[in-house]
Design a protein around this ligand. Structure first.
Ligand code: FES
Ligand SMILES: [Fe+2]
Length: 378
């Protein structure tokens, strides 16, 4: 995002606020409840979205040196990420090529050799098979290339590790990422590190959790105990960036902006900027840190959620630990308000009371997000 756009986005919202107007879509829309309840539909989303599109597997800083590795579940697949001797990031299915045991149990570490806990077949960090106990008599003429670890398409870009959770997928990372790349460079994700992280599971469809971040209509009500006083009531704007969404959530200080000082305006001084990276990651840019919410859909009604606080890497020090911890707790407390409502919505949908969810003109981004989801399912 360039300087001019920062000012234009602030100006648009400051103008609306001053005139007592809102950022409105053209029409009221609706979303059928089956989108959130049907397991058949969920299987389709898993195959066509979570196993076909680039997904964020990790922050690049989680693989800090050659030999670093991580194990993750991505799109329901067990994945091993490595940084090999050349510094290249690789993604493999974390499954032994002999008889299918889980190759690596540890969550993270640093090594170039991965030995299966069952019969000790061993691979290096580039996925090459390096050792098979008693190979010659037992496995004569074994072609080690055939038994390389199953590789997944992967790139390191914009400070993140992106993978496609299907070894046979055609990979078009650039086409998917280009519309949001400039903004994520501006966000400086590559200069940040993870200061705190939590993972838990919720009884709600993943799309409800994404939708919860896409409007400010609920702030005054659902967040009255936490963030509501800091934000303008029911005011936000959004822009589509390919399948991704940029949301601007103005803080109350936007009312103090003076038009004779436009050169001094910076968007992060007066608004939170939320990037919803399709399908299921959200980065909320605040003044000095970023809250990262990553969803792993488990079924139509259950989602694993990871919340991380990202801070400038040089500032993740013992002396600032309490500061980041405090911010992480504020994020968690605020999101807990959203999640309690989201779980109640999920059970409300299961009751059959509503055939559709209704998105008002303040909630246009929710409809646009669902349109993107639908696009990949046809
Ligand atoms: S299952 Fe892994 S070495 Fe046999
Ligand atoms: Fe919220």
């Amino acid at each position: 995002m360039d300087d001019e756009l920062e000012k234009a986005l602030l100006q648009e919202l400051a103008g609306l606020k001053e005139s007592g107007l809102f950022f409105l879509d053209d029409a009221v829309q609706s979303s059928p409840v089956t989108r959130y309840l049907s397991e058949e539909r969920f299987d389709c989303e898993r195959d066509r979205i979570f196993r076909s599109l680039p997904l964020i597997a990790a922050h690049a800083g989680e693989l800090p040196e050659n030999g670093s590795f991580l194990t993750r579940r991505v799109g329901a697949l067990p994945v091993l990420l490595t940084r090999d001797r050349d510094g290249t990031v690789n993604a493999f299915m974390n499954v032994c090529r002999h008889r299918g045991a889980r190759l690596v149990d540890e969550e993270k570490g640093c090594k170039h050799s991965f030995s299966c806990p069952y019969h000790a077949w061993t691979w290096n960090s580039s996925g090459k098979l390096r050792g098979v106990p008693h190979e010659k008599p037992g496995f004569p003429d074994l072609d080690r290339d055939v038994f390389a670890l199953r590789r997944l398409p992967a790139v390191e870009r914009l400070g993140l590790v992106w993978i496609i959770a299907d070894p046979d997928a055609a990979s078009d990372f650039d086409g998917f990422l280009d519309p949001i790349a400039g903004d994520l460079i501006w966000a400086g994700l590559d200069t940040l590190g993870i200061a705190a992280r939590d993972t838990f599971t919720l009884s709600a469809n993943w799309k409800l959790l994404v939708e919860g971040g896409l409007e400010a209509y609920h702030f005054k009500v659902a967040h009255k105990e936490t963030i509501a006083p800091h934000f303008v009531d029911n005011l936000s704007s959004y822009q589509m960036l390919g399948s991704h969404i940029r949301s601007i959530l103005p803080r109350t200080s936007i009312t103090s902006l003076r038009t004779d000082d436009i050169p001094g305006w910076h968007i992060r001084d007066h608004a939170n900027v939320l990037y919803s990276v399709f399908p299921a990651n959200q980065f909320l840019l605040m003044k000095d840190h970023v809250a990262w919410v990553k969803l792993h859909p488990l079924s139509a009604g259950r989602t694993e959620i990871e919340i991380a606080t990202l801070a400038p890497a040089p500032d993740i020090t013992d002396s600032k630990a309490a500061h980041w911890h405090r911010n992480h707790e504020i994020t968690k407390r605020t999101l807990a308000e959203d999640f309690a409502v989201n779980e109640a919505v999920q059970s409300g949908l299961e009751s059959g009371a509503n055939a559709v969810l209704t998105f008002g003109r303040y909630e246009g981004a929710l409809h646009r997000f669902n349109e993107e989801v639908e696009k990949f399912l046809v």
